[in-house]
Design a protein around this ligand. Structure first.
Ligand code: IPM
Ligand code: MG
Length: 360
């Protein structure tokens, strides 16, 4: 089988981590009998440098025409990069938001899983870690504050900024269904996170989620306020299976969840539309401070590539093989700097990619 993959290396460490993911994908393809054709596309700062804008219509069309999109990371150092002297709608991040919206990628899956081998990197105490934890954050990605009306006005000499948080019941229903569907394949528990003690959008969220839950009698549903959830994530992360939440809360909680695993460099993500088409990217940023130094951790991108095989190309066995190869490399004691611990062998980005491909 042949598949067309749109590849967006992006900025900072993006190109080097994507290169390693491609190497692993190609090795996996040879073993499992599929071939991927890659079309490289520009987005973020890399696109600003060439076209003056972070995302062109042509890039959107090419991404749409592909079977899946694999992305590195976008953005630069906001204090020093000229990209951040542009108006907000022309900065690198605006490209990513526009792409998510244009491709209707409303369901963002962010697994936060503690590898046994990486227990030492976890900042939590042993008694909290126990046998480890394994949760999936299901973040709504095309609504809420990110896409509501936004403006800055001046009234009687006083500047005022307005961001609007809107959700309609259809937007909530489709993401809630995704959350319950994935819970059915896991430990059958959904924690829906909101701020229903203050926000109308959260009260609607809660009632629609309850309605959807009726179709999933096997799944246990609980509601949790977002401030409490932030606290529970460090107090007892084992309690979570699927966390279902809106865009902004999901942005914040997923960074927190990734850090309790000790290693933001390990966490993959998938952003999907209704049909299974998706964009796959690591949960971390572009780390411009270490770009080009061959010390970035490519594992999150490699695991995102595995998610791509699983969710968009239905190549489950191949995805399993990549995930197993990552576990094996960690068992064999190889670490990039961010997850390094005593007694292990420190390797760079390229070598980590090579070791994983070898184990596939
Ligand atoms: C993420 C990022 C983005 C977001 C930024 C880069 C716009 O933080 O994917 O979590 O807020 O969604
Ligand atoms: Mg974020």
């Amino acid at each position: 089988m042949n598949y067309n993959i749109a590849v967006i290396p992006g900025d900072g460490i993006g190109p080097e981590i994507v290169e390693q993911a491609i190497q692993v994908l190609d090795t996996t393809g040879k073993k499992f009998g599929f071939e991927l054709n890659y079309t490289k596309l520009l987005m973020g700062g890399a696109s600003i440098d060439v076209y003056g804008i972070p995302l062109t219509d042509e890039t959107i069309e090419k991404a749409k025409a592909s079977d899946a999109v694999l992305m590195g990371s976008i953005g630069g150092d906001a204090r020093t990069s000229p990209w951040y002297r542009l108006e907000p709608s022309k900065r690198p991040e605006a490209g990513l938001l526009k792409l998510r919206k244009s491709l209707n990628l409303f369901a963002n899956l962010r697994p936060a899983y503690l590898y046994r081998e990486l227990k030492d990197a976890c900042p939590l105490r042993d008694e909290i870690i126990g046998d480890g934890f394994d949760m999936m954050i299901m973040r709504e990605l095309t609504g809420g504050l990110y896409f509501g009306e936004r403006k800055t006005v001046e009234e009687k000499g006083v500047k005022k900024a307005i961001d609007t948080l809107t959700y309609d019941e259809n937007e909530i229903r489709r993401i809630a269904k995704r959350g319950f569907d994935i819970a059915m394949k896991r430990r059958k528990k959904v924690t829906s996170v909101d701020k229903a003690n203050v926000l109308d959008s959260s009260r609607l969220w809660r009632s629609v989620v309850e309605e959807v839950a009726k179709d999933y009698p096997e799944v246990t549903l609980e509601h949790m306020l977002v401030d409490n959830c932030a606290m529970q994530l460090v107090r007892d992360p084992k309690q979570f299976d699927v966390i279902l939440t809106e865009n902004m809360f999901g942005d914040i909680l997923s960074d927190e969840a990734s850090m309790v695993t000790g290693s933001i460099g390990m966490l993959s993500s998938a952003s999907l539309n209704e049909t299974g088409f998706g964009l796959y990217e690591p949960s971390h940023g572009s780390a411009p401070d270490i770009a080009g130094m061959d010390i970035a951790n490519p594992i999150a991108t490699i695991l995102s590539a595995a998610m791509m095989l699983r969710f968009s190309l239905n190549l489950d066995e191949a995805a399993d093989a990549i995930e197993a190869a990552v576990s094996q490399v960690l068992k064999d004691g190889y670490r990039t700097g961010d997850i390094m611990s005593e007694g292990c062998t420190k390797v760079g980005c390229k070598e980590m990619g090579r070791l994983i491909a070898e184990r596939v």
